[in-house]
Design a protein around this ligand. Structure first.
Ligand code: GLN
Length: 310
């Protein structure tokens, strides 16, 4: 057994002993059906391997983890002009907060909160309908994982479409402000479906390689995004990827990371590895409780924190 496999087995065993696993998201009814006992972890390393433990081959709803991939795609489509419609500062507020938008003239603080990600979905809608925009997102996910089996969970997408009233409020307010440029329902038709993409930890770790390896699918693989864009998405993950828990995540784990309310977290050790973890129970700010603990253990055992060892 390799050293990494042993670390992942130790982490998985430690997480199995945890009694307080957080609370599964229930504001999207379909997500409330997921058993909180699931746990999986996978690491895609610089030598091209994927090492995993637990339920790393079981698909889950990636939810907001999708935001780093749609941002990458939007930057490829629209370039720097994206930053006229969305900022780059941590919000210090919950992921679905409405409160800053009015004082900020309808420009979301960053692309990783819901408001910002809805703007990114709107950018991806330019010149095409929602079905084509969603198809482009799915094609991107399949290309960077080199896996054509990735699909959208339509039950999760329709569950959110029926209950996504806060996201509707954000989208309609931004349409009034001009940051969203299409019919808000069309923009949300993209956003709800991108959030409902189902992936396994192994697939998500593979997808994150573009951020770990300067835009490439592995250190010597095909270039998908420029090194500068990969570096900048990492910086946004570090400062904004866990909403009002971003400071705590940097403190505990010390890696760029993006969470989703499905309980997934993608974490990046630049130049070293892309890591995906899944445990559906969330902490009070909506980030995977055991996922964060597992990543803290992994960063400590590998010395991968971007802030140094120890
Ligand atoms: N689809 C979810 C929402 O918009 C995503 C939020 C999340 O994962 N934090 O509410």
């Amino acid at each position: 057994m390799t050293a990494m496999a042993a670390i992942l087995d130790r982490i998985t065993a430690a997480m199995a002993r945890e009694i307080d696993r957080g609370r599964v998201a229930d504001y999207i009814p379909e997500l409330s059906k997921v058993d909180p006992r699931h746990f999986g972890i996978a690491v895609a390393t610089a030598d091209g391997r994927v090492i995993s433990a637990g339920e790393a081959a079981r698909p889950f709803s990636i939810q907001s983890v999708s935001k780093v991939f749609t941002l990458s795609l939007a930057l490829e489509c629209l370039g720097e002009a994206c930053w006229q419609r969305v900022g780059r500062e941590p919000s210090g507020d919950p992921f679905n907060s409405i409160v800053q938008l009015e004082s900020d003239n309808g420009i979301p603080r960053n692309p990783l909160i819901n408001a910002g990600a809805i703007v990114v979905s709107d950018i991806l809608l330019a010149g095409r309908g929602p079905d084509d925009a969603v198809a482009a997102i799915l094609a991107f996910m399949r290309r960077i994982t080199e896996d054509d089996s990735i699909e959208i969970d339509s039950a999760v997408a329709s569950s959110e479409r029926k209950t996504g009233f806060r996201n509707r409020a954000l989208a309609h307010f931004m349409r009034a402000a001009g940051t969203v440029t299409h019919d808000p329902e069309q923009t949300l038709a993209v956003y709800f479906r991108q959030c409902a993409i189902a992936m396994t930890c192994e697939q998500l770790a593979l997808a994150g390689r573009i951020f770990a390896f300067a835009g490439r699918i592995g250190p010597t693989g095909e270039t998908i995004i420029t090194p500068a864009r990969a570096r900048r998405v990492n910086s946004l993950m570090l400062t904004c990827g866990h909403y009002d828990g971003s400071g705590q995540f940097a403190f505990d784990v010390g890696l760029p990371g993006k969470s989703g309310v499905g309980g997934g977290i993608l974490a990046i050790a630049p130049g070293k590895a892309s890591i995906a973890v899944w445990s559906p129970g969330l902490n009070t700010v909506g980030n995977s409780q055991l996922g964060t603990m597992a990543l803290e253990m992994l960063a400590r055992e590998t010395g991968w924190s971007v802030f140094g060892e120890g």
